[in-house]
Write a protein that binds this ligand. Structure first.
Ligand SMILES: C=C(O[C@H]1C=CC=C(C(=O)O)[C@@H]1O)C(=O)O
Length: 442
């Protein structure tokens, strides 16, 4: 059950403002980092802080309880919205545990302040409870603030995760055996690594988010209740009745050129093969991708009319990797909120496998860890039900004492997977958080 009932009366006011530059610099330094929320891409999006209302849920009803709470909250809220874009007015940010039996709690939180910007239009939203007065500083003083950029990083050190890196290929090999036995077609296995402050201090969130946003501008830089990352994968976006999903599965490292081993019969010199070409012609990656697309298409089908599923993927280019990507689109017909859609889509075969329930069992058995909120939906929902929900990838979860963080990476395993290549893939995916924490040199 929700740990906090919604307040009797939430008053919300959104007004247009003039905000240029980096939205992250508007977040006050003194804010508790677990109360900072962000959803940013290419400089646009939202940042927020404070807690006007929050619900924490667990178990197999973690989505349903959060949805019920949200429905009650939005029915009670009094909203004055002069902006009327997706995300203005009442908005909640959320992050959900991957597994029903996770020890981690899922959260949906309504910040006290949100600053948003979309297509050149910026706004600020304030939320007050009951008879509380509107903040006096609204909005001029707050918007004049600009904290220094790229603050110095905290000194952090890395230690082994649940499964040490050198044992990871054995874990992958067991999954390949399981696939060989016919029990399951695809399994996504993930590992964690622990990073802690070298001097036992608190790991600060702001510099980590700044670095993620700067290097991974084309991904969604998120922060919700201490879960931080830059995900390239959009589980579902609902905006004005349009539904979109970006499915990723199939990966190759950037710069992974190789010389073709077949002799060049015409006597010409062998050239390195562009990794993008290798990726789009890799039977193994195409298979991995097809399972993920199918799972999303099947889950969206009951909710959408005119669902468009491209026949072949394209290559998404990120700073460290290339991914096979497919963008699905549809027209909402079921009336579900974006949060309900995210719940229906989770877990897709980009983070679980095929068939879902068998893959989930193999994951629980072989990974030996609680994924927490890694690989769960992360994003926001507004009062109309519109919103963005990504899959929490390329991310880390701050410990309750804020002195350490678990960072995560996984990869899809199919029959043709190579255990050592899978270890290398998790290493390259860990680069995003290592870079943000100052652990990667690139
Ligand atoms: C599970 C992860 O990536 C997923 C998303 C893109 C590509 C993937 C892959 O090629 O295996 C994974 O399905 C991760 O980054 O931890």
């Amino acid at each position: 059950m929700p740990s906090l009932p919604p307040p009797s009366r939430l008053r919300v006011r959104s007004v247009p403002v003039d905000v240029t530059g980096d939205l992250l610099t508007r977040v006050p330094d003194e804010v508790d980092p677990r109360e900072v929320v962000t959803w940013l891409r290419e400089g646009d999006g939202m940042v927020g802080w404070g807690r006007a209302a929050v619900v924490r849920t667990t178990g197999s009803r973690r989505f349903a309880d959060a949805e019920d709470w949200w429905d009650r909250l939005r029915a009670l809220a009094e909203v004055e919205d002069e902006v009327r874009v997706a995300g203005s007015g009442l908005v909640a940010f959320g992050s959900f545990a991957y597994a029903a039996d996770s020890c981690d709690t899922s959260v949906l939180t309504v910040p006290r302040v949100v600053i948003g910007r979309r297509d050149g239009q910026a706004w600020v939203t304030h939320v007050v409870l009951d008879e509380e007065p509107w903040p006096a500083a609204h909005p001029a003083r707050m918007l004049a603030r600009s904290n220094p950029r790229l603050q110095e990083l905290d000194p952090v050190v890395e230690s082994e995760g649940t499964v040490p890196a050198d044992r990871w290929p054995q874990v992958v090999a067991r999954a390949i055996d399981r696939i060989g036995s016919g029990a399951v077609d695809k399994v996504v296995l993930a590992r964690d690594v622990t990073v802690r402050h070298r001097d036992g201090g608190i790991v600060r969130v702001a510099p980590v988010l700044e670095r993620l946003q700067r290097r991974y501008a084309a991904t969604w830089t998120f922060a919700v209740d201490g879960l931080l990352g830059a995900t390239p994968e959009m589980l579902v976006r609902l905006q004005g009745g349009r539904v979109r999903s970006r499915v990723l599965a199939g990966t190759i490292r950037r710069g992974a050129h190789s010389i073709p081993d077949a002799p060049q019969g015409d006597g010409s010199t062998a050239h390195p093969v562009d990794p993008r070409l290798r990726l789009v012609s890799s039977v193994k990656d195409l298979e991995e991708h097809a399972y993920a697309v199918r799972s999303v298409a099947d889950a969206l089908d009951p909710h959408c009319s005119d669902l468009q599923v491209p026949a072949a993927p394209y290559v998404l280019e990120l700073p460290d990797v290339y991914h096979l990507a497919t963008d699905l689109t549809g027209q909402m017909r079921s009336g579900a909120t974006s949060l309900r859609l995210a719940a229906a889509l989770h877990p897709s075969a980009a983070v679980c496998g095929t068939p879902t329930h068998v893959a989930d069992g193999v994951i629980a058995e072989l990974e030996g860890m609680d994924r927490g909120r890694y690989a769960g939906p992360v994003g926001w929902v507004d009062g109309d039900g519109d919103g963005d929900w990504g899959i929490a990838l390329r991310c880390g979860e701050l410990a309750a004492d804020r002195r350490s963080m678990r960072i995560f990476a996984g990869g899809g395993i199919v029959a043709a997977s190579d255990p050592h290549a899978e270890l290398a893939e998790t290493e390259v995916k860990l680069t995003a958080m290592r870079h943000a924490l100052g652990l990667a040199t690139r």
